[in-house]
Every structure is written in C-alpha cells, then in structure tokens.
Design a protein around this ligand. Sequence first.
Ligand code: SF4
Length: 376
Amino acid sequence: MSAATITDGAGPSIWDAAHEVDARRPRSRQTQLGASDTVCGRRAAYLLHGVPPTDHPDKRAAILGTLIHNGLLESARTEYGWLVERSVRDDLIRGHVDVVQLDAATAARLPARHRPTVPADVLTVEDVKTKSTHLWNHVLRYGATAAELRQVHLYAAVLHEVGFQDIPGQRYLARLGPLDIGRIRFRFINRDSGAEHIQEIEFDPQRAAEAQWWVERVREIRDPEDMPRDFNGPGLDIICDYCPFRSRCWPGTAPGIPEQTALIRNDADREQALIEYVKGHELASQGDRIKKFARKKLDQAPPGIYGPNKLSWRGGNDEEKDDVEAMVDLHEIAGIPVPMRPDVDRMVKNLKAAGLPVPRRKTGKKTPAVINIAPA
Ligand code: SF4
C-alpha cells in the first residue's frame, strides 16, 4: 500500500500525516548503521552502502509501535527519572538506548538534580518492544529474538566501553565514562491489550563482542549483494514482505513465480534444495508423531498450569448446522421465494448413472504444481 491514503470523501487520512512525520525522523534518513538496523545482514549492508530503498511498505503498524513506545518512555522519564532515548556512539554504531536505569553508586556521581527517583539494584540497560497479539505467545515462550538480543548488546557494549555520547544535553552523563552494566532487560508491551512481559538477562561482554563482530562483518563487505540474507524472502518471512529493499534483494523472475527460484542456478542447487526438502519433511513427520502421541495422552487432562505450559480447552459444545427444512418453511410462511440453485453434485451423479459424459470446460486458471519426491 502506498503511504498516501485518501478516505471516503472525508479528506486525507490521518496516516498521511503520520507517514510524513515518520519520514522526517532521523532514523529514517540515516545511512550510518543504528543498532535497530541490525536485524538482517543484507539489509544492514544496503543501509551502510547508502543503497536507496526500492520499496515503500505499509508502515502503519510500525508507526503505531513507535508512538506507543515514545509515550511510555516519556512517562517513565517524567515519573521515575529514568534515562530514556539517550545517545550512544562508537566506531561501529550510533543510536539511542531506550532506557538506562542507573544503580545507586553510579547515580551518586551525578549532580543531585539528575539522579533517578529510585535507583536500580544494578545498572540496567532496557529495551522496550511493542508486539501484536499474534506474536505474543511466541514472546512469552521464547523471549527476545536473536536480532533483538544483538541490538541491545550493541548498545550495552558502547555504554560498557565508551559510555554516553558527549553531546549537548547529556554531557553530565558522558562524564560518567564507561559504565559497569549489570543487567539487560526487555520490556515487551502487547500493542492490542497493553499486557507487559519482562525478560531479564545478565550483561555478558562475550555476547556483546559477538554482536560487534556481526557489525564488523557487515562493514567489511564491499558489495552488499555478497552479504548473506538472514531471512527466507517474501511470502515466507514477514520481515522481507515489509523490507524497504525487498525488490533489490529478491528481484524475482516473472509474475506469479516465487522470488526464491532465483536461488537455483544449476543441478547442484537443485540437489541441495531436494535434500533440504526431504530433511524438512522428515522433521515435520517426526514432530507430527510426537504431537499426536502427546495429544492422545492429554485427552482427559483438566485445564491448569503444568510447569512452563498452561493447558486450556476449547470446543466440546453441541454442534449446530443450518436447518434447511425449517428455512424452507419460514420462507413459505413469510412469502419469500425459495432460492432454486442447480445442484452440481446431484447432476454429476445423475449423468454418471445414466451413462452420459460429464461435461468439463477450462476455467483459464492453472492447477497448483504439487511436488513429488522419491528416492532416485
Ligand atoms: S528482503 Fe529480507 S533478506 Fe532481503 S534485506 Fe530485506 S530483510 Fe534481509
């Protein structure tokens, strides 16, 4: 969808204004890498090389997330005195850390008017993420993704090695120098219900070094097309569907043909893809057997919380279906004509019973291609 939307006779959509504001945000124009740009190696390489975006995906969900994010952070700043959206920069990245909660010892080194209302027990770097409901169970079960962990470790690494950026408005923070980070916290907010979920991990300098190495690897690439893609492409990974470099990264071959076909150039590629397909099939069959066995065993289990999982049941109610006879009666009583539609199944049966051919015509569409793989 294009950024500009016109509503039915009621003037421009409010989203036009939101897109304009979003386009002016510094993050949308920078060509230097920010930690939030490190979600995919190929995308990071495009950004670093200043490649112009080829696509303009619908950004409404992302803008909503940003608005909620900014509102919550501003409340935390005014009510708790947390340090929010403070700038960091080193040789590898630049950006803004969502939240830094200083511990008492570090806070004591600041002028009194800058100290937080309640210091943290250990110096904590926090990342606030808004998520939609359909991702919420995944968040509760698995927590932050590898890309989210990388992003926050990059920020924590700058704070650990350099400290806050020395710029007007936060020079008093820069004077603290490198910080002794104790903890990393993710605060997930459900964009639909407002539910909040916290995930905390200890700051691990080794993990931070790995995140830095990831960025260094991207920076060393001369041609962004040489950087491996971290996702499987349009139609398979939603991040690619909404990526501003989608057409550049996955140019496609012809309309209606999956973009991923461009990855197959010769028989060796075909051989490898078939091996992957068979492997995936085996894993899915094995998973299906495990799931079905467990489902049978759980058939009489009452709802409740069992270790890391909550069990609940849906269904089990009397099934209902349309009562055609009662509908015909009601039509007759109300004087509404009963619709008479040819019954295709009945006609096919009649023709077959009478030994007559069943006429067929082409629809102009193609049947889906079904893959068939057998041992050679
Ligand atoms: S389309 Fe997908 S794989 Fe390509 S750069 Fe964007 S996110 Fe990465």
